[in-house]
Design a protein around this ligand. Structure first.
Ligand SMILES: Nc1ncnc2c1ncn2[C@@H]1O[C@H](COP(=O)(O)OP(=O)(O)O)[C@@H](O)[C@H]1O
Ligand SMILES: [Mg+2]
Length: 303
């Protein structure tokens, strides 16, 4: 923006009337905002093709199955996911934990079919995801990543991205459902507050809640969440936790969890290490088993 401001100031010396420049500046700003949105969407556009004869899945229940599934990013690269059988029943909340580079995001991206497996298959409700149309899959599986928490624009516009064309009432209902309505209405311009405006005072926790409202509005059967690593203060953490619990509802959820509080609400924890699922059980079971998760749990408690 620094360059743009300099450009506008420079331009002002040469052009009249000022109005015109202000107009140009506004147009430019909305163009920048639009581009940012497009860029954020393109950044993770699946590099896969729609099937020629798709299997229709108008409303998924959310059962996910990996059958002997393995994956490498390039033909010469290593298998970043080694052959795995993984069955996630509809409605289960699964936390993926493990070191950076272990393969957590890769597992998440294979469910959303950002990539096709190198070997084996991934199924949604028993249907190979390669047999589904992109449309059916994007409606059923929504991925909330750290990078895509918020775009330029108002709070309402940010939530609306979950279901473009949604009514204002539906947008507000989604915010209320995940417990964000109150703080949003207390913002200077309520739902019409620009999320990036200086002094807009939208905290990290609140930004996450707004992105939760967007996902709630989208109402997917499968929710994939790459939880932010940034630490939140205790009140925000509690607020985000409550929002997350409402967002989860009865859907299937796969959460790349960085916070102990999130792991503990999961039905099941998968410890991913070097492209393999090395531990699989409820948080309590894994703590009792005394393996990697138990060590991580102790470290988290000390933090
Ligand atoms: N787009 C990519 N191209 C090539 N290698 C990648 C790509 N994304 C991730 N990897 C590699 O795959 C492995 C697993 O990465 P990732 O699934 O992102 O791990 P995690 O989410 O657990 O940190 C890492 O070695 C990483 O460097
Ligand atoms: Mg990751």
């Amino acid at each position: 923006m620094g360059v743009l401001v300099a450009l506008v100031i420079y331009a002002r010396r040469f052009f009249q009337p000022i109005d015109e420049i202000a107009n140009f500046y506004n147009t430019f700003q909305s163009a920048v905002a639009a581009l940012e949105k497009i860029a954020a969407l393109l950044a993770e556009t699946p590099a896969v093709r729609d099937p020629e004869v798709p299997t229709a899945l108008p409303r998924a229940r959310g059962q996910i199955d990996f059958e002997d599934a393995a994956f490498r990013y390039s033909a010469t690269g290593p298998l970043v996911l080694k052959p795995v059988d993984l069955h996630i029943p509809a409605g289960q909340t699964v936390a993926l934990v493990g070191r950076t580079g272990a393969g957590k995001s890769t597992i998440a991206k294979l469910i959303a079919r950002f990539y096709d497996v190198t070997q084996g298959s991934v199924h949604l409700d028993g249907i190979d995801v390669r047999e589904l149309t992109g449309e059916d899959l994007t409606r059923s599986v929504v991925m909330v990543t750290q990078e895509a928490y918020l775009f330029s624009g108002t709070v309402a516009e940010n939530i609306e991205l979950g279901r473009p064309g949604a009514s204002r009432a539906d947008i507000e209902a989604a915010a209320d459902a995940i417990g964000a309505g109150e703080f949003i209405r207390a913002l200077p311009e309520g739902f019409d507050t620009d999320v990036n405006k200086r002094g807009g005072r939208v905290s990290a926790g609140q930004r996450q809640l707004i992105s939760f409202a967007r996902a709630f509005l989208a109402d997917p059967s499968v929710l994939i969440l790459d939880e932010a690593t940034s630490s939140l203060d205790i009140p925000s953490e509690r607020q985000v936790q409550e929002g997350l619990t409402s967002l989860l509802g009865s859907r299937t959820a796969v959460i790349i969890a960085h916070r102990l509080s999130t792991v503990m609400i999961a039905d099941r924890v998968l410890v991913v290490h070097d492209g393999r699922v090395v531990e699989d059980g409820s948080p309590e079971e894994l703590i009792a088993a005394g393996g990697r998760f138990a060590a991580l749990y102790r470290a988290w408690q000390l933090a």
